[in-house]
Design a protein around this ligand. Structure first.
Ligand SMILES: Nc1nc2c(c(=O)[nH]1)N[C@H]1C(S)=C(S)[C@@H](COP(=O)(O)O)O[C@H]1N2
Ligand SMILES: [Mo]
Length: 198
């Protein structure tokens, strides 16, 4: 390991970690398009539905029994706040999708409460997306999506559906809630894809 004196140590510049147009926050803002739904854990289920209509469902105990990962990621909201180094625990979508046979290219994610959001299926694979149920060492708070939310931190946070209920797979991309209202179909923070046409 190189020994570098304090004066010469190159500090991590905020610009390296912050996508264009974003600013840092210390708190964790809550952005919900409606009320926080109450989901009893004994009635909670998560379902992946393929383009052929095949359903794969996990109950809460089944989800929690799967191998989980702890991961630290930066999150970026389309309304321009970013939070660096947030710590989570959850099940990788790779683990869930391993059971699923599909040739679909797109995913439409839906939540308890009715929220939806869309993204390409490859963005859920390769260690880039999780069903997260713990945040900073505690069970995920209801206002942040507890009992479980999707977390896809390489895209704007509107793709990270709180109170996630299921994912349906499709051959065509279908706009979700904010995407229908003019937000970007893909939403890459590093290319500042906030709205249609960005
Ligand atoms: N179910 C649901 N998920 C959602 C939303 C929502 O309104 N409902 N808002 C999205 C948006 S636009 C953002 S920025 C993040 C906010 O997550 P937070 O409230 O935990 O900060 O959740 C996303 N997931
Ligand atoms: Mo957002």
């Amino acid at each position: 390991m190189a020994v570098v004196s304090r004066g010469f140590r190159r500090r991590r510049e905020p610009d390296d970690a912050l996508p264009p147009g974003q600013y840092l926050v210390r708190d964790f803002p809550v952005l919900s398009a409606g009320p926080t739904p109450k989901v009893a854990l004994d009635r909670w289920a998560f379902t992946i539905t393929t383009e052929a209509g095949m359903e794969h469902t996990w109950t809460w105990p089944q989800l929690r029994a799967l191998p989980s990962e702890q991961f630290t990621v930066d999150i970026h909201c389309v309304t321009k706040w970013s939070k660096l180094g947030t710590g989570w625990e959850g099940v990788s979508l790779d683990t869930l999708l391993a059971r699923v046979t599909t040739g679909a290219g797109y995913a439409l994610v839906s939540s308890y409460g009715g929220y939806t959001t869309n993204l390409p299926l490859p963005d859920l694979r390769g260690g880039k997306a999780w069903i997260a149920y713990r945040y900073q060492g505690a069970e995920l708070a209801p206002e942040h999506g507890g009992p479980a939310r999707l977390l896809v931190p390489h895209l704007y946070l509107c793709k990270s559906a709180k109170w996630v209920r299921g994912i349906s797979l499709h051959e065509q991309d279908q706009a979700g809630f904010w995407e229908t209202l003019g937000y970007h179909m893909y939403g890459d923070p590093w290319r500042e894809q906030r709205y249609w046409g960005d």
